[in-house]
Ligand binder design. Structure first.
Ligand code: NCD
Length: 321
């Protein structure tokens, strides 16, 4: 299954479905190329590494950032995109076309397919259906979001020059947050990381996943109140409660916005160096007054790094780097 196909430092033609596929060496390779991509994009150098390449972006679930980031990454490198948003409304999918057929069609038009879908496991299903082109998972329901985790890891590495020996607090919807699931897998590849999962009981990590991480040797602590946040954590990774995953609005209302980061909250519980991350969109869990704080990177570094990392990943997968 593509999910377990390791990259082994050879990205060309491979599907990117899960952080499980990555080793620390693969991540280092990706970062080396990401640094180069950053130079290209920052200095407005033109590059035609991906000239003649086309990728399809097919997003069954709404997205602006990830969609835009992949699209911009491709164009930065001289490539082109076929872009389809909400195919369940606007395409043959609405006529009942299966995912498999849709994938077979778009692999005839393009060199890779980036897919987002509300159901867990769909990226893997798409990878099984595709015969010629790699599939990149841009978020499969409550499953994973590997490219977000890679940009998060890159952002962490830029600040700390390491990916181990870090204290990281995840807050919000640990159960449904796919960016958290992928980033946890990434952090579990490195030694001596200490993870704190701050959430209401209802939004805790799936116990099966939790025990897998613990067996792997990752230090994970589940906490429920801000008072239990460790002093001077290196990273806070805040997330929204994933409203669309709830069966009833009442259940959502019960658990939303339990931990709201304000200037005061930061002062009380964060360290002077704590980097405040968020995959966005935010819906109230970080107050706007915090945006100008030097520790906040969600509207700046993380966004830019998302494009650089996707440029590198696309270049590698398409065999041009
Ligand atoms: C996240 C996602 O789609 O999983 N957003 C993103 O891709 N940057 C997080 C979210 O929707 O809460």
């Amino acid at each position: 299954m593509a999910d377990s196909i390791k990259l082994n430092n050879d990205f060309k033609g491979k599907d990117i479905i899960s952080l499980n596929q990555f080793s620390p060496e693969d991540i280092t390779t990706l970062f080396t190329h990401t640094n180069l991509m950053k130079n290209i994009a920052k200095n407005a150098q033109s590059s035609d590494i991906l000239k003649g390449n086309i990728i399809t972006l097919i997003f069954y679930e709404s997205s602006s950032r990830t969609f835009g980031s992949f699209s911009a990454a491709m164009k930065q490198l001289g490539g082109q995109t076929v872009e389809i948003q909400n195919p369940q409304e606007f395409s043959s999918v609405s006529k009942g076309e299966t995912l498999e057929d849709t994938i077979r069609v778009f692999e005839a038009y393009s060199d890779a397919i980036v897919i987002r879908h509300p159901q867990i496991g769909t990226a893997l299903k798409a990878a099984d259906a595709a015969s010629f082109v790699p599939i990149i998972n841009a978020g499969d329901g409550i499953g994973e979001h590997p490219t977000q985790a890679l940009l998060d890891l890159y952002t962490i590495y830029e600040k700390y020059q390491r990916l181990g020996n870090l204290t990281v607090v995840f807050a919000g919807d640990i159960l449904n947050g796919r960016t958290i699931h992928s980033l946890l897998k990434g952090l579990s590849l490195y030694k001596n990381n200490k993870i704190y999962l701050l959430s209401p009981k209802e939004l805790r990590l799936d116990p099966h996943e939790l025990s897998k991480f613990i067996k792997q040797g990752l230090y994970i602590m589940e906490i429920e109140t801000e008072k239990e946040i460790p002093k001077n954590a290196d990273i806070w990774y805040w997330t929204r409660v994933q409203k669309e995953r709830f069966a009833s609005l009442k259940d959502y209302d019960k658990v939303k916005n339990r931990y709201i980061v304000t200037k005061d909250f930061l002062k009380k519980y964060a360290g002077k160096e704590t980097m405040l991350m968020h995959p966005l969109p935010r819906v109230g869990e970080i107050h706007r007054e915090v945006d100008t704080d030097e520790r906040a990177v969600y509207l700046s570094t993380e966004i830019r790094n998302g494009m650089y990392i996707r440029m590198a990943l696309l270049g590698l997968i398409l065999g041009k780097l």
